[in-house]
Design a protein around this ligand. Sequence first.
Ligand code: SAH
Ligand code: SF4
Length: 371
Amino acid sequence: MKFTPAKPPLTGETLDTLTARLKERGEPAFRAKQILEWLYKKRARSWDDMTNLSKPLRAWLDETFELLPLSLVHGKQSLDVTDKLLLELGDKSLIETVVIRAPQEGVGLEHSRKTICISTQVGCAMGCKFCASGLAGLKRDLNAGEIVAQLLHVCYREDARTERARAELVSFDNIVVMGMGEPLANYEAITRALTIINADWGLGFGARRITLSTSGLVPNIIKLADEPVGVRLAISLHGATNEVRQQIMPVNKAYPLEKLIPAIKTFSEKHGRMVTLEFILIEDVNDSFDQAEKLRDIALDVHAHVNLIPYNTVEGLPWKRPSITRQEKFADVLRKARVSVTLRREKGHDIDAACGQLRLKTEKDRETAAL
Ligand code: SAH
Ligand code: SF4
């Protein structure tokens, strides 16, 4: 499922590809860097903002590239900690990008840590039973430029209220690839986007502050371990036995635990860093004592951190989160074995849950946006 834009987005170019394009036009080698600096550091919003480029070059750039492949339809800041950007793509599809603020003691929300949750596909083909993204299937992959542009939109928004723009820095602390879509099912685009996000000539954002979450596409986990951009990895486990996992995650048929677990080990051995196992707690599905024990054993085996996420209800789906007592009991099984575990309870503060909830209600949102 491919969407071919009329003009490729500038946000999808690497320094090499842009240099090559400009060279065909007889431009000197430094020109590409200059243009990317306008885009990522000086936050130029139009070709005419790039004042040290000649007019004919600006005209050529305008004919050749789309400066930004996404436009902001609607930015909604909730009273608590999330800020949602509804963005429209070239084919009118809609995606959401979320800014999540983690309040820190003694400082206002403006100075809190900010995590950006980005999407990689419109919809998702993986069909996890509990997830709203999968409900309507996959509409299409995002291209690298569309993935990167989500972050630029966040920069524009944050620049308007912080001082950091002047220092040409991005104004957020972490990126989580946990929005709509399965990133490893859109491998070329996400790895190219990560290169651009990380590079000095791009957003210059540290790879160790980026976490990619996958439902467990084993061959691509192994491939990712060899990519030069060393991002952190989170695995959506959600079931500690094949029996339970298979009920809610169809991907487990192709890549059951006996394949997934060695892939996680390969990844963490190559990176020398802990992988995170995400485990949504769903009442009467995966919240038993037996599941807690099995999850504990897996976590100890792969030496992973465990992130327990109380399920966020999705309209039209039957699942519920367990009681707080039951959540605590589950977590205690892991804590007792000294597994590193987090269980967040405040709804809006849970980054993963907020991302998990980042699901398209396209038409509804469009209506809201039109108001
Ligand atoms: N496709 C990737 C990344 C996007 S989903 C993946 O599955 O890992 C990001 C996270 O949100 C996943 O851990 C997913 O399982 C979780 N999630 C999905 N629906 C959720 C819900 N209703 N409540 C809480 N978390 C949810
Ligand atoms: Fe897709 Fe992830 Fe949702 Fe599963 S949990 S349907 S892989 S977005």
